[in-house]
Design a protein around this ligand. Structure first.
Ligand code: ZN
Length: 428
């Protein structure tokens, strides 16, 4: 399969623009990027005239619970712990494989329409999640959601199975060791997970310090230790990894993250909606930490929209630091492209270069919100939205183009099916 994008402006690895380029994809890789010429196009299976629009690397959603679309707008305006205990957990206990398969598929469609080519997803049925991702052709990194309430706890079995699921060999589907959070696990489970990270020399990801309530509770349980200190005490970061949210991490935690080169995944939309607080992203960068960005679940956000997350990541830092100059667009793009690719374990899908994975998005600037053509990357972070995503390609396949999903299932069938499944779930 070979596809030629012609007459494109290409965002390069330094987040500068290469004007008037042709980018050629062969199978699932970028074969060539070169100045547009009038060479013969007949040898390509498809030639896409970009009409002076912009090709950017796929955006990575580094923390999601895609299947939680079913809880979207069902239980808003509640504190996190009420929301979790009263709405999320009771309904999640009723989910079936089919529910999670179709809800995940709907979440993936929303990601694709936001220019997202891969997500680090955490949810309950890894088989349903992986099957939905393979059916669509979406890249996912499943993070173990181990917690003491789970019916089955088998992270080693999952780790081995989903890092080579149905012969995929880690191309689209990868699996990360992880757990839901400190407060939903026991010392025994934390030790078991630590043994696995050492056995497989594997990184570890989990929710960390999302709320002050969580950190205060952790200190009570662990003689004054923060969640980050607890995980370090048991060696869970010995092979790297990171934390989701990190809103209430403390000075000692920044040092631990720095020591282990952990990635802090910020989810500002979810944090502000649940009033969890504003993560100190500028301080993370000042410490030299790597930061990536995620949407968290659509039950707490409520949209899977990485443009909104990019905007919030930078603007919240400007206001909390009383300095409009902090977190410039290039820093934000590095978070969602390079650091996101590191989170997903696909470091060859980070930028647009020859030989890299063909995870590519075409941004249409011929819309009012992207005009006039001043500085593209500033428009991309401050002004761009889903309406500008003209095409999303994952692993060399176009999965979304001109508002249509080019996936296994008809989009209207997925919407109908998800509504039926939700109705049945609520009546069980
Ligand atoms: Zn989460």
């Amino acid at each position: 399969m070979s596809i030629k994008f012609k007459n494109a402006n290409v965002l390069n690895k330094d987040f500068d623009i290469l004007e008037s380029q042709d980018l050629i994809v062969e199978n699932n890789r970028i074969k060539t990027i070169r100045a547009t010429d009038s060479s013969d196009d007949s040898k390509y299976e498809r030639v896409i005239d970009c009409n002076d629009n912009y090709l950017i690397p796929g955006i990575k959603n580094s923390h999601s619970h895609n299947a939680m679309v079913f809880l979207r707008s069902m239980s808003d305006d509640l504190p996190l712990h009420d929301w979790l205990q009263k709405y999320c957990f009771p309904n999640e206990a009723k989910l079936t494989y089919e529910d999670i398969y179709y809800f995940t598929m709907l979440g993936i469609m929303e990601n694709l329409s936001s220019g997202v080519t891969g997500s680090m997803d955490m949810y309950l049925d890894s088989y349903a999640m992986a099957d939905a991702c393979l059916a669509v052709g979406f890249r996912v990194n499943i993070c173990d959601t181990m917690q003491k309430f789970n019916k089955k706890i088998a992270p080693e079995e999952y780790y081995l199975e989903f890092n080579n699921y149905k012969g995929d060999n880690g191309n689209l589907i990868k699996y990360n060791l992880g757990m839901h959070a400190e407060y939903t696990n026991t010392e025994e489970l934390i030790k078991m997970m630590s043994d696995l990270t050492h056995k497989y020399k594997a990184s570890f990801f989990t929710h960390i310090a999302e709320t002050k309530f969580e950190v205060d509770g952790c200190k009570e349980r662990w003689g004054g230790l923060t969640p980050v200190q607890v995980f370090e005490k048991f060696g869970l970061f010995d092979y790297g990894g990171g934390g989701y949210h990190c809103v209430h991490i403390e000075d000692c935690d920044y040092e631990i993250f720095k020591k282990h080169d952990c990635i802090a995944v910020t989810c500002p939309g979810s944090n502000v909606k649940l009033a969890s607080g504003i993560p100190k992203v500028k301080k993370m960068l000042d410490y030299g930490l790597r930061v990536a960005i995620g949407t968290d679940g659509p039950a707490s956000n409520n949209a899977i929209d990485m443009f909104r997350e990019m905007y919030l990541t930078t603007t919240l830092q400007k206001v909390t630091n009383d300095d409009a100059s902090v977190l410039k667009p290039k820093e934000i793009l590095k978070m969602v492209m390079v650091n996101g690719a590191a989170c997903l374990g696909h470091t060859d899908g980070d930028v647009l270069e020859e030989g890299k994975l063909a995870d590519i998005v075409l941004i249409d600037v011929n819309k009012p919100n992207m005009q006039p053509r001043n500085t593209f990357i500033n428009n991309l972070v401050y002004s761009c939205g889903k309406q500008n995503v003209k095409l999303t390609m994952v692993d060399g396949r176009i999965l979304y183009e001109d508002g249509k999903f080019l996936i296994k299932e008809d989009e209207n069938y997925v919407y109908k099916k998800c509504n039926e499944l939700l109705h049945n779930l609520l009546n069980r």
